[in-house]
Structure formats: structure tokens, C-alpha cells
Write a protein that binds this ligand. Structure first.
Ligand code: NDP
Length: 317
């Protein structure tokens, strides 16, 4: 295995939080190494128009926003590398990361590996992401104005998305694969009482129609009890079936909550068995199951980088 000299900081993830951390760390002359991971650019890179990121009055395409952040980070000396972590050892300092055949030592670490939306994983769904298939109602709801749409899921996320989307869509059909709802009673009742929301239970989506047109035209559905198939004409499908935090590598190393999100103290400090691990910070969706916005991810990325600076300064760098 080859080895390189000790880094001041390594950032895991190149979404909004990781790149904001890289801009700040770069401007502090820390020459951050950003390991882009398996979803370079994070969730913004699979969105279309982002209209709520401050500073872009006409909106900006998600991939363009990420490209701009990358350029900004590299301008200040960040090194972006298409690689992901094999293993990590936080028991000794400098911390040791294994990336492919390389061992990297670093004084500080920023974990910004994000959370991935859970998808149905149908080929037609994957082909239409950004063309009427979305996992983010806050980002894409506006584009569904006046249209009939579907929301998939039976948990609080699905209820919240369905309720939020009634502001735009003329009709929301919520499709749950069973007749049991995971959602809290209050959210479920609120959604059920809404005149614009219709519920379909015991039903799965077999295909998203419109791949050739590159525009969602409807859903082919199957009732799991009767086996009967039907077509639901909708212009949008929003997934509300949960997120998966990309924190598998930290199981047993850091404190995670029951769903695998990294638990943080004072916004970005990570812990193991309740004790803060010095010089290691988590930011963005990997530690945020509540807000999950580009701007909040960017904000916590900034906080993590400022803590890195403070830590290095306190340790004589
Ligand atoms: P949940 O795990 O609670 O619910 C996921 C839902 O998606 C379930 O109905 C599940 O169905 C369904 N699902 C999962 N995979 C598939 C699939 N492949 N095909 C079809 N359906 C699928 O996730 P949420 O994101 O809703 O919530 C996560 C946590 O966040 C919860 O604790 C929730 O309370 C909280 N939350 C709170 C909010 C609030 O209070 N405002 C808002 C959003 C989330 P099945 O039951 O059959 O597995």
C-alpha cells in the first residue's frame, strides 16, 4: 500500500455540505482532500431546477449549482477525488483512512456522505428522475402546479409530502403498498381529511409510463390482494418511502440513531459512547433527518469547517 503525508483535513462526500466545508477549509489554506464517494455531487446532482437556494432569483439547475461549488472549492485549493472509503480507524491520531490501495492520514475529518433517497428501483422510475419523478417535494413541488400527481409511501414523509403538494397539485393520490400505515395518527388523519388527497392501499407501482416521451404520463399499478392491474394518469410521481443515511462505515465507530443517522452534539460534533471524538465532525443529511435542505446542509458544512480550523489552531497548526 502506498502512503501519503498527513493531511490537515479530509472531507467525505461532495454534496452541498461537503463542498461548502471544502470552500471554507480551502480558504483557510488547509488544502482539503474531498473524497467524492459513490454519489458524487449528492442529491442536488439528481435534481433539476433549484428555486429556493438563496442568491439565484431565477433558480439554478442542481447539477450546475454543484459544479459551481466544485469550481469554487478547487479555486481555493481543495483536491477532489473520485474515490470512496474502504475503512476508517479513529482509534489513533492522526486518523487513518483506507481508500482503495492508499492509506491516508488526517488530523481532522469531516463526514458529509449524506443520505440517499430510497427509490422503488424500477427501470422506468430511474429513467424519469428529474422528468416527473422526484424524491423531494420541497424542491420540485412547484413544477406540479395544477397537475394530478402521485405520492408513494405510507409513513410520515409521504403524508407530509402529500399535504405539502396540495398547495400546487390539483389532485394528489397517495399509494401505499399495504393497508397498514407507518405514519403517526395525527399526520395520517390530516392527510385523510384533506379533500385533494385520495388514498390507494395494498397497491404497488409496476411501471412509470412516459419513458419514451421523457415525461411522466401515468403509473401502471397492481393491487396486491386481487392482482388486478390499472393505470393512473398522473404527471408527477413523488417518492416518500424514506432515506438511507450513508453511514454504514461508521457503525460501531460513532454513535448512530436507530435508523443509522450520525448523532451530533452542538450541530456537528460526533461521539462514540457519548464522548466527543476530537477533530471529527459530521454535517449535512447524514446527521439531519429533519430539515434535509441544500441550504441547511451547506450551513452545517460551513460549521464543520470552522470547527476544523479552530481545532487545528488549538493544536498548534
Ligand atoms: P418510514 O420508514 O416511516 O416509512 C416508509 C414508508 O415507505 C412505509 O410506508 C413503507 O412501507 C414505505 N416503503 C418503503 N420501501 C418501499 C418500497 N420499496 N415500495 C413501496 N413502499 C415502500 O419513513 P419516513 O421517511 O416516512 O419517516 C422516517 C422517520 O422520520 C419516521 O420516524 C417519521 O416519523 C419521521 N418523520 C417525521 C415527520 C414529521 O413529524 N413531520 C416528517 C417526516 C418524517 P411499509 O410500511 O410497507 O414498509
Amino acid at each position: 500500500m502506498s502512503e501519503i503525508t498527513t493531511r490537515d483535513t479530509v472531507i467525505l462526500g461532495s454534496g452541498c455540505s461537503g463542498l461548502t466545508a471544502a470552500i471554507y477549509a480551502g480558504r483557510s489554506n488547509l488544502k482539503p482532500l474531498v473524497l467524492e464517494g459513490h454519489e458524487p455531487g449528492g442529491q442536488l446532482s439528481i435534481t433539476t431546477l433549484v428555486e429556493n437556494f438563496p442568491g439565484w432569483p431565477e433558480g439554478i439547475q442542481g447539477p450546475e449549482l454543484i459544479e459551481n461549488m466544485k469550481k469554487q472549492a478547487t479555486r481555493f485549493g481543495a483536491e477532489l477525488r473520485m474515490a470512496h472509503l474502504n475503512s476508517i480507524d479513529l482509534s489513533k491520531h492522526p486518523y487513518e483512512l483506507t481508500v482503495g490501495k492508499e492509506v491516508i492520514h488526517t488530523r481532522t475529518l469531516i463526514i458529509a456522505s449524506g443520505a440517499s433517497a430510497r427509490w422503488l428501483n424500477l427501470p422506468s422510475e430511474q429513467a424519469l428522475i428529474g422528468y416527473g419523478v422526484s424524491s423531494c417535494a420541497t424542491c420540485d413541488g412547484f413544477f406540479a402546479s395544477g397537475k394530478e400527481i402521485a405520492v408513494i409511501g405510507g409513513g410520515d414523509s409521504a403524508m407530509e409530502e402529500a399535504l405539502f403538494l396540495t398547495r400546487f397539485a390539483s389532485k394528489v393520490t397517495l399509494i401505499n403498498r399495504t393497508e397498514r400505515f407507518r405514519a403517526s395518527q395525527i399526520m395520517l388523519e390530516r392527510a385523510m381529511a384533506h379533500p385533494q388527497i385520495k388514498f390507494i392501499s395494498n397497491t404497488t407501482v409496476e411501471e412509470v409510463l412516459g419513458v419514451e416521451e421523457k415525461d411522466v404520463k401515468g403509473l401502471r399499478l397492481k393491487n396486491r390482494v386481487s392482482g388486478e392491474e390499472s393505470t393512473l394518469p398522473v404527471s408527477f410521481m413523488f417518492l416518500g418511502i424514506g432515506h438511507i443515511p450513508n453511514a454504514h462505515a461508521f457503525k460501531g465507530i460513532l454513535d448512530l440513531d436507530d435508523d443509522g443517522y450520525i448523532l451530533t452534539k452542538d450541530n456537528v460534533f460526533v461521539t462514540h459512547e457519548g464522548k466527543v471524538i476530537p477533530g471529527v465532525y459530521a454535517c449535512g443529511d447524514i446527521q439531519d433527518r429533519r430539515y434535509r435542505q441544500a441550504i441547511t446542509a451547506a450551513g452545517s458544512g460551513c460549521m464543520a469547517a470552522l470547527e476544523v480550523e479552530k481545532y487545528l489552531e488549538e493544536h498548534g497548526r
